[in-house]
Design a protein around this ligand. Sequence first.
Ligand code: NAD
Ligand code: 2HG
Length: 469
Amino acid sequence: MSALNINNLQNTFQDALNFGGSPGAVSTSPTQSFMNSLPQRLNAAKQQKVLKPFSTGDMKILLLENVNQTAIEIFKQQGYQVEFHKTAMGEDELLGKIKDFHAIGIRSKTKLTAKVLEQAKNLICIGCFCIGTNQVDLNYAADKGIAVFNSPFSNSRSVAELVIAEIITLARQLGDRSIELHTGTWNKVSARCWEVRGKTLGIIGYGHIGSQLSVLAEAMGLHVIYYDIVTIMALGTAKQVATLDELLNKADFVSLHVPETPETRNMLSAPQFAAMKDGAYVINASRGTVVDIPALVQAMKANKIAGAALDVYPNEPGKNGAGTYNDDLNSWTSELVSLPNVVLTPHIGGSTEEAQTAIGIEVSNALSKYINEGNSVGAVNFPEVSLRSLDLDQENTVRVLYIHQNIPGVLKTVNNILSNHNIEKQFSDSNGNIAYLMADISQVNQSDIKQIYEELNQTSAKISIRLLY
Ligand SMILES: NC(=O)c1ccc[n+]([C@@H]2O[C@H](COP(=O)([O-])OP(=O)(O)OC[C@H]3O[C@@H](n4cnc5c(N)ncnc54)[C@H](O)[C@@H]3O)[C@@H](O)[C@H]2O)c1
Ligand SMILES: O=C(O)CC[C@@H](O)C(=O)O
């Protein structure tokens, strides 16, 4: 893909999000005044100073899981070295490799555990080129001063559209009819095949995907009810219900759109299937651990559940290929595949050209901004801090990025170190145990830079330091 195409895609993407594409522009911001200054900053964008933390050519990015080409292009435009792999990497391979990289881009299959991150001596940031971040030990990463970014909604529409297709597919037993005809069997039946008009869809988790699904489902004449742990404004004529049981009692189709958390593990298991209407359908495109699949198999064998569409599984293969989805991966696989009216897809809810392109651009831009400018807006495990860019004519100015433990007295110590220079601006925020200070200081000579670094490095609360100039 050419640089021009990437720029066009970036512009389209920025327009869609309704925010500017300058290095200082962000979708959300820690302060309203920051957003209010957007027009001035857009004007000033032409004269912004490009910070050089190091030779950008030394910056190494490891991209796994066939992350979209747009990301590769954007990182290469920055001058970074990019190593790209189509597949996920297992723990052993990562342990040998990760210490060489400053940033890593993954999707849902690569597990960045504490054990792996402990070896990541040079890692500044992680990009999850997807919505879910459960594959990363977020707290451990924060403790190590590693910021994690994701793409919170760029594939939401794709997932919602897949679920709409699955609702009709299950109601009309399309999967089975198609398999039969592929193998030569003509089976023209109407028994237990239904219109979806007038039926009730129960959505568990009314966030980005659940609420998008709600709108699409109502357009097809479904009644929508939803259950969420927080009170959320209903779209259209959808109604929030007070308990999960109430949703299960009333819904003909139950679709899950919650994150993987300890609370959502086996959220649908034997008691929940028992609480559902006879002949109801289950759709899971959230995470594989959210549905107890052996219990689902039993509920289907007992004719309690009339069909299921699953896109996600507790264990998923790290790469494409024949024979990878089997009982070695999940012990119940052969039992599940033998059931009628079960639609199985290989975690493709967010796998559309539109979603992957948008995610590639969004996450690679977030990582580049963090690497080049220290801007952490959008980080999921980390204080969100941003400073407006330095002007081109600001000589002898250094940007200090200081990640530290969130304990009393640190800023006093740090500002004391910086006090021999002029602090042009600074911003600090905390998130749990971690705090992050950005400061632009002027009247700094080349020889001062090393000394500032060394003094900051000796502060006991320091987690990591970067100086950009
Ligand atoms: N199949 C795919 O390819 C695919 C693609 C994108 C996302 N996902 C998965 O879908 C999940 C949901 O995505 P989203 O963008 O809608 O997330 P979101 O954060 O916008 O919404 C999740 C909703 O679930 C609610 N929730 C959390 N815990 C709950 C609980 N215990 N009970 C009830 N509600 C609860 C939250 O309050 C929130 O409203 C993601 O976390 C990801 O794991 C899968
Ligand atoms: O692309 C993927 O691997 C993950 C897609 C989806 O589960 C997400 O979390 O966005």
